[in-house]
Design a protein around this ligand. Sequence first.
Ligand SMILES: [Zn+2]
Length: 76
Amino acid sequence: MDQEIRLQDVIQTRKPHPCGSDTWVVIRTGADIKMKCQGCGRIVMLDRMVFLKRRKKVLQQGIAPAAPGEEQSTDE
Ligand SMILES: [Zn+2]
């Protein structure tokens, strides 16, 4: 199973949020994952393991991680 987590992944959870939506956008990756509900905008932070357990599928893949050795400019 693909365990990759990318920023801005749109994912579907096994159980829907109480608001009725079951799709989320990943807004932070790392040891803890932050994701935002597409239905109500609620942001939750989950342990990476917990996130992977709750994730049912990736609906849309987010930003690809920068290739090693390749400089990428950030426009922030
Ligand atoms: Zn919600």
